[in-house]
Design a binder for this molecule. Structure first.
Ligand SMILES: [Zn+2]
Length: 226
């Protein structure tokens, strides 16, 4: 009933009740509320796609991108439902065409593990200007060859991908004034959590739909801002 490009997009529509939104991947043949056939009866609000909070990293240069430790955000079996510190350990930064990340293997450039939909933190809203973007690549390459981000120096708590990202952003010259401090905590609170909270709502919705093929929600709760 609705034009869509991805078979796993979340659709939302209202059939007969203006207080109930029906969320689904494909419009059910029978309305779960009135039991009438949906292709023979009008919808109060026709199906539309709820925008996904996930994006492909390579389409978003000069950003910080986040992915889960294992699997994908929407993978039911491998991804944790509640986003915790678990994810924060996988904050990474981005170079046009390739993601740079740091782990126990050292600096990885263009790892295929990033070929999935990620949470993208767009730094242009955080003070990143044209001049900083011009030097972005240069600083990434410099850091990857500096001898500081080696496998040997990797430490899960004190010298990890998070430190790599924060050090890089400081080198680029991003103004941290609005973030209260340069700490990981501040960075998480101000830049990461707003994105992961939004993604968490979407994942919950996605998993609710997986159970029955649709999910009914009273309309004031609709995640219209997604
Ligand atoms: Zn109905």
């Amino acid at each position: 009933m609705a034009g869509r490009s991805n078979p796993r997009d979340i659709l939302c529509f209202q059939h007969c009740d203006r207080h109930i939104n029906i969320l689904c991947f494909a419009v059910p043949e029978v309305c779960p509320i009135c039991r009438r056939l949906t292709n023979e009866t009008p919808c109060r609000i026709p199906p539309y796609v709820i925008p996904s909070p996930f994006k492909h990293a390579w389409r978003n240069p000069c950003s910080v991108v986040i992915r889960p430790t294992f699997g994908t955000f929407l993978n039911f079996h491998l991804c944790k439902l509640h986003m915790s510190d678990y994810l924060v350990h996988f904050l990474e930064t981005f170079f046009p065409g390739a993601v740079f990340d740091y782990d126990e293997d050292g600096v990885n450039i263009g790892s295929p593990t990033w070929d999935q939909e990620c949470i993208v933190v767009d730094l242009r809203n955080e003070g990143l200007n044209q001049d900083m973007m011009r030097h972005w690549d240069q600083y990434l390459i410099y850091m990857s060859k500096s001898g500081i981000w080696t496998p040997l120096r990797y430490d899960t708590d004190r010298h990890n991908c998070y430190d790599f990202v924060l050090t890089f952003l400081k080198q680029v010259g991003l103004n941290f004034e609005n973030w209260a401090s340069h700490s990981k905590f501040s960075f998480t609170q101000n830049l990461v959590l707003p994105h992961t909270a939004k993604a968490g709502k979407y994942i919950t919705l996605y998993r609710n739909i997986l159970k029955d093929g649709y999910f009914c929600q009273t309309s004031p709760q609709l995640p219209g801002g997604m």
